[in-house]
Design a protein. Structure first.
Length: 556
């Protein structure tokens, strides 16, 4: 090679940067830079430990519920009294999630729980939810306004004294007794040292703080007043529903949070309210049935007393021998026809009441008030049960969505179709009743023609006796139905069953095992990356191999 030849060209040294070092060289360089690993591993492992130490742990709790449903069940007149089950569509996981997360249910839960006051320990790096673990017991006047969502700090001064501090630019004022808002508080700067057990009474709050027996607070605390509406909106989104397996009637109801006892308490309350719903609906139908029967009983009892007085008065005014065998047989036949006619009248009264509610107030479910039928094979009870399910589903869905939701529109269409089917069935039933009444009326006319041939005094007495026996039979029948309905109400049970009580099933975050694996990987990757990058950017010739990589033609 002629070094004086001006035509000789050389590659630019920067071309070496385009050649990555081989793996053997990386290993040798990593060994040479061992101190980077010595720094990296403690750094990432320690950083992960600190993250786990000061990050709030999110727990997951779960309760197992079995949904009981027998879709092959035949709904009869007794079935409408015994209760109803949700439709197969409502049994889907999606609908169960809607029902369980509805504000209507969660609000009922919050009304039962003691979640209105949230107290936390004021830690240096991490605050802890002290539900049922706090050394303080906070009670408040539910009829007085309280500051919502504003931290109220508690600083222990001595074994018997604490300092209360409140600082806010503006906070909502709320009374728990009537669950009403009372505007804003405006700027507040409040600080006062009090004895434990003393009341704090101000225009914006009224509460008292006591200490638990044997509790000696050694850190600062703070607490919030939360409205039940706010709690319901917050907690409803923590609920999730999942099936045990596809097609299974067993579901898991889960919730998350930072305090295990609060999670279990919440899940237990949600599940109990969820199970109580169907039982309450069954009992409501039974109560409505009892009310309907009692109304009928009152009317029949008045007639029974009147005919009894009339019979006694007739006997006092007339010397009357016992009725003949012929008159007893004729009046017996007539009595049976009258009794059958009266029972048809009770049915007709029920169906007419049902029809009027459907026509006059189609948007209401008050038409279900009678909930009483003597026809064990009537399709009416099937449609009434279907409407119960649809109205219940719509009410729960409406409580957590807006009126433009397509699911509500679809439910409204189903309700309208079901109502029209019910009206059609009612018209057919009433038509059949009218035909039966005409037939019985004709038979009664033939019987009364024969009875009219009896002596006048005997005929008058038999007429009073027949009226008395008829009212007595109807009264006995209604008493029997009332007793049956009360027994049914007492024996009602929920449609679903809790298999496993609420318990903590795991930790949602932080995921310690995953984070530790990532920390070890980063502890190894970080120094290796530095070594590779350092070698990649190096453009110095340190040995013969580097010279050969720079320009192979320079070597002989």
């Amino acid at each position: 090679m002629d070094k004086n030849n001006p035509n000789t060209s050389y590659s630019h040294p920067q071309t070496v940067s385009n050649t990555l070092p081989d793996f053997r060289k990386i290993v040798l360089l990593a060994k040479k830079n061992w101190y980077l690993f010595l720094i990296s591993f403690p750094f990432f492992v320690g950083l992960t430990h600190l993250y786990h130490r000061y990050t709030p742990v999110i727990y997951k709790g779960s309760v197992t519920v079995m949904m009981k449903s027998d879709e092959r069940r035949t709904i009869s007149g007794a079935g409408i009294i015994e209760g109803f089950g949700l439709s197969p569509e409502t049994k889907s996981i999606e609908n169960q999630t809607i029902i369980l997360r509805s504000k209507k249910i969660v609000k009922r839960v919050m009304d039962q729980l003691d979640f209105g006051v949230e107290i936390y320990s004021d830690g240096l790096f991490k605050d802890m939810d002290m539900y049922h673990k706090s050394p303080y017991v906070i009670s408040f006047d539910s009829s007085h306004v309280q500051l919502l969502n504003t931290p109220i700090y508690i600083e222990p001064v001595s074994a018997t004294q604490i300092k209360i501090e409140i600082n806010t630019e503006n906070a909502a004022l709320h009374t728990y007794k009537d669950e009403e808002s009372h505007g804003g508080s405006g700027p507040i700067t409040f600080s006062k040292t009090i004895q434990l057990g003393d009341e704090i009474i101000t225009p914006f709050c009224h509460f008292k703080i006591d200490s638990k027996a044997g509790a000696v607070p050694d850190v600062d605390y703070y607490f919030y007043f939360r409205s039940h509406d706010w709690l319901a909106s917050s907690y409803r989104h923590r609920i999730s529903v999942s099936p045990y397996k596809e097609g299974s009637s067993i579901i898991y109801i889960s919730a998350t949070g930072t305090n295990t006892q609060r999670i279990n308490t919440f899940l237990s309350a949600v599940t109990n309210i969820y199970l109580e719903q169907s039982l309450e609906r069954k009992n409501e139908i039974a109560e409505q049935t009892i009310a309907f029967i009692e109304t009928q009983l009152k009317e029949v009892a008045d007639s029974l007393r009147a005919t009894q007085r009339k019979m006694m008065e007739f006997r006092r005014q007339h010397i009357f021998n016992a009725p003949t065998e012929l008159s007893e047989r004729l009046t017996g036949q007539y009595f049976e026809l009258e009794k059958e006619m009266s029972q048809l009248g009770v049915r007709e009264n029920y169906y007419n009441t049902l029809s009027k509610h459907l026509v006059n107030d189609p948007l209401s479910d008050d038409y279900l008030l009678p909930a009483f039928s003597l026809d064990a094979n009537s399709f009416v009870t099937t449609f009434v049960t279907e409407l119960l399910s649809l109205h219940n589903e719509r009410s729960l869905l409406e409580s957590q969505t807006n009126k433009d939701n397509p699911l509500l529109t679809e439910l409204d269409k189903k309700i309208e179709v079901s109502k029209q089917n019910l009206l059609l069935a009612l018209r057919k039933i009433l038509k059949n009743i009218a035909i039966q009444k005409e037939k019985i009326t004709a038979q009664m006319d033939r019987a009364i023609t024969k009875i009219n041939n009896l002596p006048e005094t005997e005929l008058a007495y038999l007429d009073i006796e027949r009226s008395y026996n008829l009212n007595n039979a109807i009264y006995t029948f209604l008493l029997q139905k009332q007793s049956e309905t009360k027994i049914t109400k007492a024996s009602n049970t929920g449609d679903n069953e809790i298999l496993d009580d609420a318990s903590i099933t795991g930790i949602v975050s932080p995921n310690k095992s995953k984070n530790n694996r990532q920390a070890l990987f980063l502890a190894l990757l970080f120094p290796v990356a530095i070594v590779v990058l350092k070698e990649y950017l190096n453009n110095k010739i340190r040995d013969k191999n580097d010279l050969n990589a720079w320009h192979p033609k320079l070597l002989f």
